[in-house]
Design a protein around this ligand. Sequence first.
Ligand code: C2O
Ligand code: CU
Length: 436
Amino acid sequence: RPAESVTSGGGPGRSSRAAVSVANLRGSGSPAPGGTVRRLVLTAKKATVRLPSGREIEAWTYNGEIPGPAITATQGDLIDVRLRNADIEDGVTLHWHGYDVPCGEDGAPGVTQLAVGPGAEFVYRFRADQVGTYWYHTHHASHLGVHKGLYGTLVVEPRDGQRADGQVDLTLPVHTFGGTVVIAGRDGRTEHLAPPGTPVRLRLINTDSDPHRIVLAGTPFRVAAVDGRDLNQPGEVSDVGLHLPAGGRYDLVFLMPDTSVALVVDDDRDGGLRLHGDDPGEARVEDDLPELDLLRYGAPAAVPFDARDADRHFTMVLDRGVAMVDGRPAYAHTVNGRGHPAIPGQLVAEGDVVRFTVVNRSLETHPWHLHGHPVLILSRDGTPSTGSPLWVDTFDVRPGETWEVAFRATNPGIWMNHCHNLPHAHQGMMLRLHYD
Ligand code: C2O
Ligand code: CU
């Protein structure tokens, strides 16, 4: 296995503390008792992919497919993925978005590993202890690679979970290629048969750099999970729109009614998904539905720390300013007035409760994403979150907003903390969180 040691960048004159070698923070080599090994080879390569409409895309793919192969596991399985790069000159990695893997498996190039160049490979191994809906993508030149197709889905089912007979469980990564919405590799509408009474779970994943607006018409439903984590007592809703941040996931559940159900993304009524039951009539899709506020959805429950006395508190002001981009000064997206790598890192110690205040002074939405840890939403613009505890890995900070979030530092290493609008991240809206 590659043994490159990537250090925290101390350099001469720094304290005598040994540099953290995150490349050594690797995952377990075996599944939990009763679990199996999910072994897979993902080969990154260029391919011409033909969508069902006949449209062809010059894509960058894993195994020639967009999305890449769906990875599924049961809690406790060992995921063992050999990444090979056939012909992506820029290099590739695999990052397990929202999955709190040991740092050495995180796929952050220049931090946890070197990017995998053409002809090279890297093996990722970690135990699938975390249940839910996630995704994987390259983290190298990701503003190019992810957009061109280097992404796929990761779904982990609970070990004791029983799938009801005939249950419909669909994993639906939403990606735009040149303005066309492609859902799970299909452009245009997909039809599914779901007899009345069938339990349905739709796992929506936004693999784009911009938010998507989602409408589920024809049935009341619940948002059972956000970013892979179950909500507490999510109530039934209908006639609402959902705002799905870049990188984010919503699991929507409902019982199939007698009539049909439609999933509409970004008002594209010819696309999306239709589930039809006995009655072939079309579900009526309303315009201008109010947006569901997830900060007031579901019921409160205990959380494992008190965020009011955090051990560390960092403020990140998101704005525009001059920063170095690709080696030249440019007007770019900045954090506290600077761009990566000139943004000072954030230092934490294992066990700390860490609080972030994220202020958006720019005119664009920034989907903020921390690797390796879910964050608990505390408030938006001073209004506390009063619904179910909301643990996310990406939250959309819209223009003018201020968000407060907190997490417990329990996963040692060096972690990227960045905007998941990938062109923004490329322009420098990215920093590192280090464990002391
Ligand atoms: Cu989904 Cu740092 O990325
Ligand atoms: Cu951004």
